[in-house]
Design a protein around this ligand. Sequence first.
Ligand SMILES: [Zn+2]
Length: 199
Amino acid sequence: MEDNLADVFDHSFSWYLIWKVVVPAKVKFFIWRILRNALPCKHNLRVRHMYIDECCPVCGVGMETDFHILYCCSFARSCWLLSNLGWVSFSSLNTMLSYVLTFLSVSQREKVFILIWSLWTHHNDIVWNQIFQQPIYMVNRARVVLEEWQLARLHFRVTNSSTKPLAAAVWQPPSLGQYKYNIDISVQANGSYGLGMVV
Ligand SMILES: [Zn+2]
């Protein structure tokens, strides 16, 4: 993967590409927030004048930017490598996502999105619940989340697209003491018509 893509990413175009990726809506929205630089990571909060420690709670070394949490952190890097999606140096998360949305296959985009979202939930688990996981657990969990969601989606589509065949019209005799008229009309190309009736 190359690192020479423009960081500037048209948001209307990116949103269109993001929305086409078949992952849960919350994951798409999360990716969109990344592109809008709207994640509440420590660095962004610091920029907004909240004076907090910016150290990454996962590795304890780097500055907690969204790019660090989701891609550059040693933990994130291990996850990317274990996922077989690979890891190559990019200058920003925006650049990385530009590459993903432009060059990767549909299934790879789905895996990238789910892994990014899983890395963020893992980060939150550490911050709020002090729950640390191993990279291999994270990667497997991301895969299972995607597979289960796809299966559920498929099941929903099959269930809702199954149409019951219309019941064939079956002639029923009239009730005792009543008459039934069976009528058939044919119209010819020259405008003539025929009428048949059976009582
Ligand atoms: Zn880190």
